[in-house]
Each structure stands twice: as structure tokens, then as C-alpha cells.
Ligand binder design. Structure first.
Ligand code: AMP
Length: 188
């Protein structure tokens, strides 16, 4: 079983690239953001709990997202591998993921990190707000909080995975096709 992480700030293009990568390499794409939005749309207790946090641009608790990942792994044993999009977002999540994979003699194969400038994040999210209608994309203060949260809680994962030796960086401000080609080169 292969495990790839698509890493980067909000608006880096993770969702767009994930669809192409999952198709080409026959991986199951898991977006914790998409899973949470489904829970919100269905009005489940988990969705209701997550709604305020998401709409304020804050992270939902580690245990919640780790639980979603754990059950998605358990329910999909026939796939070639997984592509994690938007997970992990904290060191604690990365540690829990490592533990989960170590328990089944697996590991994270590669962290594909898309890099973009903070100004580009703003432009891209504002554009996406018009297309997808996400509430957390619509308000500049929420976008800023998501960027700040990324720098404070998620960016430290770069060193975590650099130390693990499976981290690679892809400039995210090229065209969609160029980014995809660069990612494919890294996957090999
Ligand atoms: P995304 O679609 O990846 O931009 O995620 C949208 C929102 O869902 C984030 O701003 C967080 O509030 C929440 N979320 C998604 N993934 C995670 C995660 N791994 N840990 C904590 N919160 C998350």
C-alpha cells in the first residue's frame, strides 16, 4: 500500500492536483476538508461541531480528523494506495498517522509539497469563492486566519518530513499542467 501526502497552504492547488494524481496512479483521494464538508451538509453531530471551527478558519480537533482517516483506511483495503489532501495539518496528526502506518508495517512514501506565496493564496481563494461558494473562502478575515493557522501549526511539518527524508517541494505557481508534470516526476 502506497501513502502519499499532498501538502501545502490553502489555495496551493492540492484539490485540483489530487484528482489528476489519484486517477493516474490509481490512488484513493482522501480530502479531510471534503469529508468535513460532507458531514456539515448532512447535518451530523460531527458536522455541526466542525462547522463553527471551519467557518472561522480554525482547525478541527486532531482526534476528529485522525478518526476519519482511520476509518477511511479501514474501509478501503482493496486500493493501490492513498493520496492524503489537507491531512496531516499538525505535528500531532503526523505522529498519529506515522503510528497508524507503523502498526501495519507501512510508512508515508512521499510528501509532495506545493509552495505558493501568501499573496497568491489570497487571489486564488477569492477566485474559488465565486466558483465553489465555500463560506470559509468568502471572508478576508477568515482567509487570513487560515493562512496564519497554516504558518503556525502546519508549516512545522516541513521540517518534520524533511527529517524523515521523504519530503519534496514543487513550485505551485506554474500552470496546472506544469505542476502535474513536476509531481509525476517526483512520484516516478
Ligand atoms: P480544506 O478543504 O483542506 O481547505 O479544509 C477546510 C477546513 O476544514 C480547514 O480550514 C479546517 O477547518 C478543516 N480541516 C480540514 N482538514 C483538517 C485537518 N487535517 N485538521 C484540522 N482541520 C482540518
Amino acid at each position: 500500500m502506497k501513502y502519499y501526502i499532498l501538502f501545502g497552504p490553502p489555495g496551493a492547488g492540492k484539490g485540483t492536483q489530487a484528482k489528476f494524481i489519484a486517477e493516474k496512479y490509481n490512488l484513493l483521494h482522501i480530502s479531510t476538508g471534503d469529508l468535513l464538508r460532507k458531514e456539515m451538509a448532512a447535518g451530523t453531530p460531527l458536522g455541526l461541531q466542525a462547522k463553527q471551527l471551519i467557518e472561522g478558519g480554525n482547525l478541527v480537533p486532531d482526534e476528529v480528523v485522525v478518526g476519519m482517516i482511520r476509518s477511511t483506511f479501514a474501509n478501503n483495503t482493496e486500493v493501490a494506495g492513498f493520496l492524503l489532501d489537507g491531512f496531516p495539518r499538525t505535528i500531532a496528526q503526523a505522529q498519529m498517522l506515522d503510528k497508524m502506518l507503523a502498526d501495519q508495517d507501512s510508512k508515508v512514501d512521499k510528501v509532495l509539497s506545493l509552495t505558493i506565496k501568501d499573496e497568491t493564496i489570497f487571489e486564488r481563494i477569492a477566485k474559488r469563492a465565486q466558483i465553489e461558494g465555500r463560506k470559509d473562502d468568502a471572508d478576508p478575515a477568515t482567509i487570513q486566519n487560515r493562512i496564519d493557522t497554516y504558518h503556525a501549526k502546519t508549516e512545522p511539518l516541513i521540517d518534520y518530513y524533511k527529517n524523515a527524508g521523504n519530503y519534496c517541494e514543487i513550485p505551485g505557481e506554474q500552470t496546472i499542467e506544469e505542476v502535474f508534470r513536476s509531481i509525476c516526476k517526483e512520484i516516478g
